[in-house]
Design a protein around this ligand. Structure first.
Ligand SMILES: [Zn+2]
Length: 169
């Protein structure tokens, strides 16, 4: 334990690797991550026990509930056992989850878990789209729902050229 009470946060493995050691103190992680870290970043894994992390196991009740939510949202196919455990832990302890994973961020939103990014910009900025005219480059608002099976977005009101969907920033 460190001398001061650091804010308890659930840290995904990307945070364990990217953040300065001092920032990690007081963080909550799950058992699976020790293994993951040994594989991805042996240097960090070697000092894991001296960082002052709290290695936890979420209760089965919360794991079941989070798994069910992930099945309903469709995120389950792209999410790992570690991810589910981290989400469950954040929900159970009512603490912030630190993750760059969009599926985890999406699930955190659904379950009202506070989340922070490790290094990237957040989900709200990533998923910003606009329709751009292929002729005059004029920008139009993107459709509310992106239908990936249809690449037709109509034509520019000004010059009549084809509109194309572009991700902004
Ligand atoms: Zn145009």
């Amino acid at each position: 334990m460190s001398a001061y009470m650091a804010e308890a946060r659930v840290l995904d493995t990307a945070a364990l690797i990217a953040w300065p050691i001092a920032e990690l103190s007081g963080g909550l992680i799950v058992h699976h991550q020790e293994e993951e870290l040994r594989r991805i970043s042996p240097d960090r894994a070697a000092i894991l026990s001296s960082i002052g992390l709290d290695i936890c196991q979420p209760s089965q009740e919360f794991l079941n509930s989070v798994t069910q939510t992930a099945q309903q949202s469709g995120d389950i196919s792209g999410i790992s056992e570690t991810d589910l455990a981290l989400l469950s832990l954040a929900l159970e302890r009512d603490v912030t989850l630190v993750t760059d994973d969009y599926r985890m961020q999406n699930l955190a939103e659904i379950m009202n878990i506070q989340w922070l990014v490790v290094s990237e910009t957040g989900i709200n900025e990533i998923w910003s789209w606009a329709l751009i005219c292929s002729g005059c480059r004029k920008k139009f608002d993107a459709p509310e729902i992106t239908n990936s099976s249809s690449k037709e977005y109509g034509n520019c009101h000004d010059c009549g050229s084809e509109l194309r969907l572009k991700r902004e920033k």
